[in-house]
Design a binder for this molecule. Structure first.
Ligand code: ADP
Ligand code: ADP
Length: 231
């Protein structure tokens, strides 16, 4: 895993009167889960999407493992970073196995390696390939689809994962379960994770550290859940 440093990061969208993210500086330590918590419109998604250059920075710098994201080609950067969103973005016309294989195939892995990796990943998220590999996304429950989304994000073993309200669309019981599963998975794989949420209970549960955003894209506090709860 690698650390992620936001160094005086600013994002102002074209024609916007004020920045969506305003002078954000924080360090996400390698292997930690950092939750970005705050009200809608406070810049969490924008902060997240600058890391894989889905949104381009307008000031400051982001470094992953010491290297500026501007040193990377944006497309290669996106392939090298796991990305999980609320509506998983699985390809509906591809099987679960083929969905997970997308990035490894683009990277030119040979067939055997891709196949082994797909089986390994589905195992990791508790969906055995024999049972689930040939199904289509529409044949899975919401929780199962999110697990596939996580498996797909991990396909090329990225050092960093970005998760944007990944469990936001799930019913409360499934959500609890998938949160627990993800924490157990994280114990094993120890990726550096940035996790956007607007739910304080989720932030406290999932975060090694919580970055609290407020209106105007400003960072109000950055600390461990334990310290924040004491205040
Ligand atoms: P959330 O509040 O859950 O982060 P939003 O509904 O604000 O989600 O945004 C959903 C998507 O729409 C995001 O990809 C975001 O970048 C985009 N978006 C949000 N606000 C605007 C806007 N004012 N103009 C264009 N796109 C926007
Ligand atoms: P959050 O994730 O906390 O809901 P966002 O990062 O989605 O916040 O949005 C922060 C601000 O930037 C909001 O005012 C939103 O309307 C604006 N915004 C987000 N995406 C875009 C976009 N693509 N174009 C213009 N404005 C945007």
């Amino acid at each position: 895993a690698q650390d992620i440093v936001f160094d005086h990061v600013v994002k102002t969208y074209p024609n916007a009167a004020s920045p969506a993210v305003d002078d954000l500086s924080l360090t996400v330590s390698a292997g930690e889960i950092c939750v970005l918590l705050g009200p809608s419109g406070s810049g969490k998604t924008t902060a997240l999407m600058m890391v894989n250059r889905l949104a381009e920075i307008t000031g400051g710098d982001i470094r992953i493992g010491g290297r500026s994201i501007t040193d990377h080609d944006p497309i290669e950067l996106r392939r090298s970073i796991g990305y999980v969103i609320q509506q998983t973005g699985l390809f509906p016309h591809l099987t679960i196995a083929d969905n997970i294989a997308t990035v490894p195939k683009v990277l030119g892995w040979d067939k055997r390696r891709v196949k082994d990796r797909v089986a390994e990943l589905l195992d990791l998220v508790g969906l055995p390939v024999a049972e689930f590999g040939r199904r289509y996304p529409s044949q899975l429950s919401g929780g199962q689809r999110q697990r596939v989304g996580i498996a797909r994000a991990l396909a090329a073993d990225p050092p960093v994962m970005l998760m944007d309200e990944p469990f936001g669309a799930l019913d409360p019981i499934t959500r609890e379960r998938v949160q627990d599963e993800f924490l157990a998975l994280h114990e094993r794989i120890r990726k550096t994770v940035i996790f956007v949420s607007h739910d304080i209970d989720e932030a406290v549960k999932m975060g090694d550290r919580i970055a609290i955003f407020r209106e105007g894209g400003k960072l109000a506090q950055y600390d461990t859940p334990r310290t924040l709860l004491k205040e």
